[in-house]
Design a binder for this molecule. Structure first.
Ligand code: NAP
Length: 280
């Protein structure tokens, strides 16, 4: 495993396992499988409804807590200092742990400054080892960086070969904040796994399109958290540290960037209505 050093010197695995859309029933088995094949970082969220299942898997896996890196996220409905503080304690309880390695604000909506202050307090109290945000586009990200006491360590944003977030990445670098990808395979959209460029480049190294795409992000200094419910795919997605894409490969994959979301834009009022509507 390779690691990145966050801006508060906490070490974070560059590759972890995401559990979005993994049902509560299946989640414990999936996390145990992921840990068994070698994952040490798990990404969940209050909104995924599976923090308890992640908690029971980490209790059963037999590894010391300090060998694992747990990320969860505060949902919009828990926005504001008081509610967010209570929700941090609730997440700790559900995950069955005394501390969370990385807590993110899931979406830049509701009173996210209050939410951020609650995270700063919990960070100072030792409940959170690092704090950050998710889905903060450059405008809101810069504003937040300017007015908080503890700089965010991470921004987790949609990032894959078709939406590489080149502008956002440059601002994250400028402010010393780690870029983390969600949806590194774009959830399979646009025939992701059949993509000709990814398959042709991967073939040279005996790797799949999925592995080539993850390697591209890792070599671009982006943390990745691919999701799969299949153990053999979990293992495949982790097996990306024994090859290096050359400059020509990187340029060819870089050219796949369309610079637009394959999901939704937070600048679109309909998206904002949809997401904030989910929090009611
Ligand atoms: N912060 C946010 O707002 C946000 C939003 C979305 C996601 N996330 C995080 O990012 C993580 C990853 O994103 P995601 O789950 O949306 O999607 P993703 O990782 O881009 O794609 C997952 C899809 O790819 C398939 N897959 C995985 N490995 C494969 C392989 N080697 N070959 C072929 N198919 C493969 C999976 O199918 P099977 O499961 O059937 O194998 C699943 O359909 C999430 O789990 C979550 O932790 C965060």
């Amino acid at each position: 495993m390779e690691y990145v050093n966050l801006n508060n010197r906490v070490k974070m695995p560059i590759l972890g396992y995401g559990v979005y859309q993994v049902s509560n029933d299946e989640c414990e088995r999936c996390v145990l499988d992921a840990i068994d094949v070698g994952y040490r970082a798990i990404d969940t969220a209050q909104a995924y409804g599976n923090e308890e299942a992640v908690g029971s898997a980490i209790a059963k896996c037999g590894l010391p807590r300090e060998e694992l890196f747990l990320t969860t996220k505060i949902w919009i409905s828990n926005g504001g200092q008081e509610k967010a503080a209570a929700s941090i304690d609730e997440s700790l309880k559900k995950l069955g742990t005394d501390y969370i390695d990385l807590m993110l604000i899931h979406q830049p909506f509701n009173d996210y400054y209050g939410t951020y202050r609650a995270m700063e307090d919990a960070y100072k109290a030792g409940k959170l080892r690092a704090i950050g945000v998710s889905n903060f586009y450059p405008d809101r990200f810069i504003d937040l960086c300017k007015f908080v006491e503890i700089k965010p360590a991470v921004n987790q944003i949609e990032t894959h070969v078709f939406q590489q977030q080149k502008t956002a990445h440059s601002y994250l670098e400028k402010y010393g904040v780690q870029h983390e990808s969600w949806g590194p395979f774009a959830e399979g959209r646009k025939d992701f796994f059949g993509n000709l460029v990814l398959n042709q480049i991967g073939e040279k190294y005996g790797k799949s399109a999925a592995q080539t795409a993850l390697r591209f992000l890792i070599q671009s200094n982006v943390v990745v958290i691919p999701k799969s419910t299949h153990k053999e795919r979990m293992a495949q997605n982790l097996d990306v540290f024994d090859f290096v894409l050359n400059a020509g490969d990187m340029a060819a994959i870089s050219a796949l960037d369309e610079g637009e979301s394959l999901f939704f834009s937070h600048y679109d009022p309909d998206t904002v209505e949809m997401l904030t509507g989910l929090a009611r």
